[in-house]
Ligand binder design. Structure first.
Ligand code: AN7
Length: 358
């Protein structure tokens, strides 16, 4: 049984004796060794940190468990967030588990189906806002100034505290920090959290080195790369369709202190990585998650050398979140067949897998 993020990393978290040690089994996610993409990148070892294996299917659960525990500790009875989908799914689940009311604001028509389904199933009050994520976040920030509703977006520092535990796990698994950590960047809470985690573990003597932080934004939603907010962010990766990241400063600090970079990847590059991950590694993730691998591949193809290096890509969410995109990307790759042995044999004949005409 997983002990959960609060128990496992208690000594690194801002807990008190009154913090309830809740868990839905978040954390302890697999670090899977790449067998194919590693060759394409030309590095020594490539690992995929499968954050889609968290209870609600994304990394958000690490931070949410800490934020919700602190909400309970403070005596709050309701929590609220703006979200491109995963934060709302996570908030809804932990609220249900803890008997809290969850209110989630999501940009209308821009959230992947699986995420909306999760939030509704867990009983959240789902408000679809006629605007984008940045506008929704502004509203909930203002709201929580005026009303006793607990804010669980990553501007809440407890979210970042919880999310930093993913960096601890990477070091615990590898015995040290990797040379490079590749990660998608949306609101920039996660890159901020990973860097905090690596730095704290390094200070505690748990890691000998620090990684270079390589953040990737979608080209149509790349305010940090451009150096200015994007009013109408656009990308197929709806999770990172964010034009004015709340943790902008944290992302710059992670980039600069680690001598890393934050770069943009196109939707085509994201979708290529999305398909490659599924077809060559068996890792079915959501498009935003593929941005980390898309960025790494892009660097490798444009002259960066990763020879002798150990690289980790954070795969932030599961592909089941966005079934529409998955089926659209795989168009034509199933075929109907009669419920008949010969009919199936006929189909297999054409596949060149050793089935012969009888
Ligand atoms: C799968 O759920 O912002 O840079 O509201 O769902 O920490 O924002 C989601 C972000 C990457 C970007 N991958 O992380 C939300 C939300 C996935 C995500 C990100 C998100 P941040």
């Amino acid at each position: 049984m997983g002990q959960g993020v609060l128990r496992r990393y208690a000594e690194y978290l801002p807990l008190t004796p009154r913090t309830p040690m809740i868990t839905l089994g978040e954390g302890e996610t697999p670090l899977v060794k790449s067998r194919h993409l590693v060759k394409e990148v030309g590095c020594d070892e490539l690992y995929l940190k499968l954050e889609g294996c968290n209870p609600t299917g994304s990394f958000k659960d690490r931070g949410m468990v800490v934020a919700v525990a602190k909400a309970l500790e403070a005596g709050s009875t309701s929590i609220i967030c703006a979200s491109t989908g995963n934060t709302s799914a996570s908030a809804a689940a932990y609220a249900a588990y803890c008997g809290l009311v969850a209110i989630v604001l999501v940009p209308k028509g821009e959230v992947a189906k699986g995420k909306l389904a999760q939030a509704m199933a867990c009983g959240a009050r789902v408000l679809t806002v006629n605007g984008n994520f940045d506008e929704a976040l502004k509203i909930v920030r203002d709201l929580t100034q005026r009303h006793p509703i607990y804010l669980v977006n990553s501007v809440n520092p407890y979210r970042v505290e919880g999310q930093k535990t993913a960096a601890f796990e990477v070091v615990d698994d590898l015995g040290d920090a990797p040379d490079y950590l590749c990660i998608p960047v949306g609101n920039a809470g996660n890159i901020t959290a990973y860097w905090k985690g690596f730095v704290e573990y390094h200070r505690a003597g748990k890691a000998k080195s620090l990684p270079r932080m390589m953040g990737f934004q979608a080209a149509g939603a790349a305010p940090i790369v451009l150096g200015a907010p994007v009013a109408k962010p656009q990308t197929v990766a709806s999770a990172i369709r964010i034009g004015n990241p709340a943790s902008w400063e944290g992302a710059l600090r992670a980039r600069d202190e680690s001598t890393g970079l934050i770069a943009a990847v196109s939707d085509e590059e994201i979708l290529e990585a999305y398909r490659l991950l599924a077809r060559t590694e068996g890792v079915f993730c959501e498009p935003a998650s593929a941005a980390s691998v898309a960025g790494l591949l892009k660097l490798a193809r444009t002259g960066w050398t990763f020879q002798g290096k150990r690289v980790v890509c954070v795969i932030t969410g599961t592909g089941l979140k966005d079934p529409d995109l998955a089926t659209q990307q795989a168009r034509g790759e199933f075929q109907e067949v009669a419920a008949d042995l010969r009919a199936v044999e006929d189909v297999l004949l054409s596949l060149n897998i050793g089935v012969r005409a009888g």
